[in-house]
Ligand binder design. Structure first.
Ligand code: IVH
Length: 659
């Protein structure tokens, strides 16, 4: 399931329209129509119908693998169990939400029964949908709006609006405020109208979603890694409130980053009580941005200040402004710590990094706990019964110090052992056994999850999936990272020398001394290491930053030993996602030149890359294929000289097999 890119200012909407026109090669005055509909603040749900019967309902999960909530979805009145005259396969996407009145009544009922209160309708909807007992879900007043679709055995319509009408015809609720707009001015006008109606709707919305209406154009525009090019979410402005800043705490993250957190006198911001907010980093507190320029007119933030808190949808609240008129006389400038508040190691800021980091690595309890929390998180190992809180408690007592320990927990603390898990507070025989079983189920783990779970800097879900797809197996992934390690070290040395060189730019003499060091670091690279690095950075989406982060993590002895221990307990499943390698241009280097008539340059490049090709701007001996349109000049000539294959635009479409 995809998500949406966000827009905030009117300019972003004009840019969205212009970007689409550029991509498609549409003139500024050609007609381009969009749908505009409320962005429902609920939980997204995908419903799969086969032969008109609801066979599966899944939440978004990590985007690729959702949570199966079929029994629960069947209890929602807005979701038809059967569809008449529907395509054989139809996946309907939409949002489960709870109306304000139903939410208030639910919380009142919960209070009567001394059950927990939900903070807002979205949490109530999410909690209700994910109930283990569908009987409980049935008692919760959930609703559903359909707004998109996934797999289809036949097209629903030619337009977005037409498709929504079809969904409506099948019995789904479609948001009645959905309208067609001919361009940015009309979209902004509709946005203003929907914002006006927001308070009276009776359910939460957090913006307006615009989608290209013509489905053939949607197909040409396609998707980036996680968001479609043909849609955007125009968010409502953040809600704000003023309150007192009571303290600034420092949290240490998984990669050692020291993050300042504002502890606030609790205040209601747009219906939600906020007592913590982010302060970003030390420059932000001091009133400067990453480039050293003043923000908030250069005002710093101090404990005791009156501060403005901003909250936009589900984003973490932040401290946005400070009221100097109300600053207490004794308020002191905040001094950012230079040692880790958790382990006492030095906390340093590297040149060009906005963040100060603890250098303690795995000896830092805060980093170790955060790494474990990441390891058990939903997109990583996702072990049922072992959430962030449990893993932290087990860490504090020394039962689990690193991921590998999770897989020996049964041996060490199973029934009959001197200190059985079931004897711990909060655990019983059943829950302990369930946990051991859940852990066993994760001894087989897909490669992408394994890579993501290591919690290496810059390696998020998308990069992990790219790496898994490229290398296929754990062994070839590790071999490639190991082979690239010397290159990464050289890169670091070269970066460091270069940073120094920059600082010393004025001093010619020093430069003369440092330049050879940098060149030596670069030249010193063995060809094999260079090739290994190039393999890593050649993967679509993987840049030098990720390559260096990976190689650095794998070279670090303690970290590597911990990974190696973990691997002994696991069967890491090879990646089975469809490979672009099957396409005729996979792995080839292409050059587009001349005028393309059936697609723009951007579209051609995105298509080729999606098929696993590399697109270059210049022709060289490494070029495999040149696609030349009318007016191609020097590049086509050069290709002829080099004997590189040249085809025209029609030949390109014949090759990749589509119109
Ligand atoms: S379209 C490819 N339409 O917003 C299209 N999404 O921030 C994907 N959402 O994950 C979504 N109202 O859960 C779409 N009218 C609407 C929506 C909507 C709410 C949610 C959806 C999505 C998230 C992205």
């Amino acid at each position: 399931m995809l998500s949406l890119a966000n827009a905030f200012a009117p300019g972003d909407i004009f840019e969205f329209d212009a970007r689409i026109r550029r991509y498609l090669g549409l003139a500024g005055d050609a007609r381009l129509t969009f749908t505009a509909e409320p962005k429902i603040d609920g939980v997204s749900l995908s419903l799969r119908y086969e032969q008109g019967r609801l066979v599966q309902a899944a939440t978004r999960g990590d985007g690729a693998v959702g949570e199966n909530v079929t029994a629960n979805a069947r209890t929602i009145p807005d979701i038809p169990a059967r569809l008449a005259d529907a395509p054989d396969v139809l996946e309907v996407r939409g949002e489960v939400y709870m109306a304000h009145a139903d939410f208030a009544a639910l919380n009142a009922r919960q209070a009567e029964n001394s059950d927990k209160q939900f903070a807002n309708p979205r949490n109530a909807a999410a909690g209700s949908l994910r109930q283990l007992d569908a009987g409980v879900t049935a008692m919760r007043p959930l609703r559903f709006f359909a707004y998109a679709w996934g797999e289809l055995s036949e097209a629903l319509a030619d337009t977005q609006m037409g498709a929504l009408r079809r969904l409506e015809g099948f019995g789904f609720a479609v948001n009645p405020l959905t309208a067609l707009c001919d361009g940015p001015d009309a979209m902004l006008a509709r946005y203003a109208e929907i914002e006006q109606m927001r308070a009276e709707l009776g359910y939460d919305i957090d913006g307006v979603v615009y989608k290209v209406d013509d489905l053939a154009l949607q197909a040409r525009l396609g998707v980036r890694s996680t968001t479609p090019r043909w849609a955007i979410a125009h968010k409502f402005p953040a809600e704000t409130a003023w309150t007192r800043l009571e303290a600034i705490d420092i949290q240490v993250g998984r990669t050692g980053a020291l993050s300042p957190v504002a502890r606030l006198h609790p205040v209601t911001v747009g219906g939600v009580v906020v007592s913590n907010a982010t302060l970003h980093n030390e420059d932000y507190i001091e009133g400067r941005d990453a480039g050293g320029n003043p923000i908030r007119g250069g005002k710093d933030i101090r404990v005791g200040d009156w501060v403005q808190v901003l909250r936009a949808g589900d984003v973490i609240p932040k401290v946005a402004d400070v009221d100097l008129a109300r600053r207490p006389d004794d308020a002191e400038p905040y001094v950012f710590p230079t040692t880790c508040p958790d382990c006492g190691s030095d906390a340093i800021r590297e040149e060009g990094d906005a963040v100060r980091r603890c250098t303690g690595g795995l000896i830092c309890p805060a980093q170790a706990v955060e790494k474990l929390r990441h390891f058990v998180s939903r997109a990583a190992f996702d072990i049922e019964g072992l959430g962030a809180r449990q893993v932290e408690l087990l860490y504090r007592d020394g039962w689990i110090r690193e991921p590998a320990d999770i897989f020996t927990l049964h041996e060490r603390h199973g029934p009959g052992s001197p200190l059985p898990l079931e004897s711990r507070e909060g655990w019983g025989e059943k829950s302990a056994n369930n946990l051991f079983q859940a852990i066993d189920e994760r001894r087989r783990i897909p490669l992408n999850r394994m890579i993501f779970s290591l919690g290496i800097r810059h390696v998020g879900e998308v990069a992990a999936a790219d790496l898994a797809r490229h290398f296929g197996t754990w062994d070839s992934f590790v071999a490639a990272v190991d082979a690239a390690a010397p290159a990464a070290a050289c890169q670091l040395a070269a970066d460091a020398a270069e940073a120094e060189e920059r600082q010393a730019a004025a001093r010619e003499a020093r430069r003369a001394r440092i330049k050879p060091a940098r060149d030596a670091a670069r030249e010193g690279l063995l060809p094999e290491a260079r090739a290994a690095r190039d393999e890593l950075t050649g993967i679509n989406g993987i840049g030098a930053t990720v390559a260096v982060a990976l190689a650095t993590a794998f070279r670090q002895a303690a970290e590597r030993a911990s990974i190696d221990r973990l691997v002994t307990h696991l069967e890491i499943l090879p990646d089975e996602s469809p490979k672009a390698a099957d396409s005729p241009v996979a792995g080839k280097t292409l050059v587009f030149t001349g005028t393309l008539e059936r697609m723009t340059r951007a579209e051609a490049k995105a298509r080729a890359e999606a098929l696993g090709a590399r697109v270059s701007g210049s022709v060289s001996a490494k070029t495999d294929l040149v696609i030349a349109g009318p007016g191609a000049g020097s590049k086509e000539k050069r290709a002829r000289e080099l004997g590189v294959e040249i085809i025209d635009e029609d030949g390109w479409f014949d090759l990749i097999g589509s119109p």
